[in-house]
Design a protein around this ligand. Structure first.
Ligand code: FAD
Ligand code: SF4
Ligand code: SF4
Length: 496
């Protein structure tokens, strides 16, 4: 239980309300009258200079009270809005009665990484978007906090000493290689191991976890949480081979020919950063968000006592983009000591793809937003070090193919933003190595691997899923893809 002052006050309040409800049979009206439980968070002025998790997490009393808000709807629209179809009313009912272990077992039936998804899933556009409570109270924000409850039951069990690995079936003698250890690869590996196959995950980096470890910062997703979920995978007998780049260390085809694997799952993600292609972008002080976040998260540049990873330190930083990656880069820049951080986005806040909660947290921490602006060129001194960024102002025109109104440059609106670093966070493209080294592997124009409805690629016994297929997507969608492909591989090997 956190010692944070908000957390203590929220706990006391929830305990009092729970005591008043004790022994009563609750009507729908009673449930709708229970106040939504706020998530305790670190103070913005304190947290903007530390890497500790921003959201502290529910205590037991808050979790039970929040769970009592659920109407246990027969149709449960929330379930259909969850990409992995968790039995949401089922796990929430167990949470309400305080049977947290049973609640977690229900979640685990569909979602292998509840502590992660409970933290980073965009719940407001998925499970919580259709919640009857939110609809009845005419406020999406008042929907049952499904993600927070999911996080709570997973965290509670970990604090109680963790879980036992599920019993495994007899070994099949079949071997499957998983390329990439992001959520797609790890989810595939878990389901393949549970079917009795011998599974090896090959990861190019020196730590497993994909974007969950190198991209999403510690203050949103502590690496200890990801590590805990990976330990569970090891308990299932999965081998993780690090510093192993398939396509370089070993050719994809050699995984079959030389190493004797029976099938391969490719979950190599979308880790190739895009740039603006504007003058001055090669100056010292222009970085991709990927590089910046990888240095900070994976290489621990923020932990100067234990790591000597170099990272570009600047006083005034502009971050280009409006998605979660831009928010993560901007908030990391504050924590790395920047005095001013500007997010420069060419549409308005309404069109921003970042989660509303992340935008609100960034603003509370002091990030300044420059909407309807974008970079024209980066300015530098005689040593090519960034000294500023010339921007255009924009207005919004007609909707484009994505349905969002397109930004239109205001002619003559050039103005200079005084910055000494620019972080580019305008999106990522698919990892190119495997398509480049396997000309027979069919890819789309954007470089995403093409798969059929079973997750199979154009190559025999090679399946794929996650961002490498979808383009930059979400953790839960990547996991769902990994599980779909694993089911197909299990079917293939059962008949082999
Ligand atoms: P990845 O997570 O990218 O993992 C791929 C792995 O494959 C990497 O570890 C890579 O090193 C490895 N690899 C690549 N090529 C090879 C090779 N040839 N051989 C061996 N290994 C290889 N999603 C959310 O749901 N919520 C969020 O809040 C959120 N925030 C994000 C913030 C940032 C900064 C970023 C970048 C993404 C965010 N996402 C978020 C998106 C989400 O993280 C991704 O959609 C998800 O991680 C994709 O999973 P994946 O398994 O397909 O790929
Ligand atoms: Fe909601 Fe994500 Fe959990 Fe599904 S996995 S219930 S979408 S938080
Ligand atoms: Fe509970 Fe909301 Fe799902 Fe209904 S829609 S079962 S109230 S979480």
């Amino acid at each position: 239980m956190s010692n944070h002052p908000d957390a203590q006050a929220f706990k006391k309040n929830a305990a009092e309300i729970l005591a008043g409800l004790q022994g009563r049979t609750l009507s729908a009206k009673d449930r709708l009258a229970i106040p939504p439980q706020e998530m305790p968070v670190q103070d913005p002025q304190v947290r903007c200079r530390n890497m500790g998790e921003v959201a502290v997490g529910y205590c037991e009393e808050q979790a039970r009270l929040e769970a009592l808000r659920c109407l246990q709807c027969k149709t449960a629209p929330c379930v259909a809005s969850c990409p992995v179809r968790i039995d949401i009313p089922g796990f929430i009912a167990k949470t309400a009665e305080g049977s947290f272990g049973e609640a977690l077992a229900i979640v685990r039936g569909s979602n292998l990484f509840p502590a992660i998804c409970g933290r980073v899933c965009p719940q407001e556009v998925q499970c919580q978007s259709t919640c009857t409570v939110g609809r009845s109270l005419k406020s999406l924000e008042k929907a049952v906090s499904i993600g927070r409850l999911e996080r709570f039951v997973a965290d509670f069990q970990r604090a109680c000493g963790g879980e036992d690995a599920p019993a495994l079936p007899r070994a099949t003698g079949k071997r499957v290689a998983v390329v990439g250890s992001g959520p797609a690869g790890l989810a595939a590996a878990a389901d393949l191991a549970k079917a009795g196959h011998s599974v090896t995950v090959f990861e190019g980096f020196h730590k497993p976890g994909g974007v969950m470890v190198y991209g999403i910062p510690e203050f949103r997703l502590p690496k200890e949480i990801v590590g805990g979920e990976i330990e569970m995978l090891k308990k299932l007998g999965v081998t993780i081979q690090l510093n192993f780049l398939v396509g370089r260390t070993r050719a994809l085809k050699d995984l079959f020919r030389k190493d004797g694997f029976d099938a391969v799952f490719v979950g190599t993600g979308a880790g190739l950063p895009k740039f603006m292609d504007i003058p001055g972008e090669n100056m010292v002080g222009v970085l991709s968000a990927n590089e910046y976040l990888t240095r900070s998260n994976l290489m621990k540049a923020y932990d100067t006592e234990h790591a000597d990873t170099p990272i570009f330190r600047a006083r005034r930083i502009a971050v280009l983009g409006g998605g979660n990656v831009a928010m993560d880069a901007a908030r990391t820049a504050l924590r790395m000591g920047a005095e001013k951080v500007y997010v420069v986005y060419r549409r308005t806040e309404k069109e921003m793809p970042a989660r509303a909660e992340e935008v609100a947290h960034a603003r509370e921490e002091g990030v300044e937003f420059h909407f309807l602006e974008n970079a024209k060129r980066v300015l530098g001194d005689e040593k090519s070090r960034v000294t500023g960024m010339e921007c255009f102002s924009y207005t919004l025109g007609e909707p484009d193919a994505s349905g969002r109104r397109s930004p239109v440059v205001v002619e003559g609106s050039e103005h200079v933003l005084d910055v000494d670093a620019v972080i580019v966070a305008i999106g990522n493209e698919s990892a190119p190595l495997l398509p480049q080294t396997n000309p027979d592997l069919a890819v789309t124009k954007r470089g995403n691997i093409v798969v059929d409805e079973a997750g199979k690629t154009s190559l025999d016994r090679v399946y794929a899923g996650g961002d490498i297929v979808l383009g930059a997507a979400t953790v839960i969608l990547a996991m769902g893809e990994g599980r779909r492909a694993a089911a197909s591989i299990n079917k293939l090997l059962a008949g082999a």
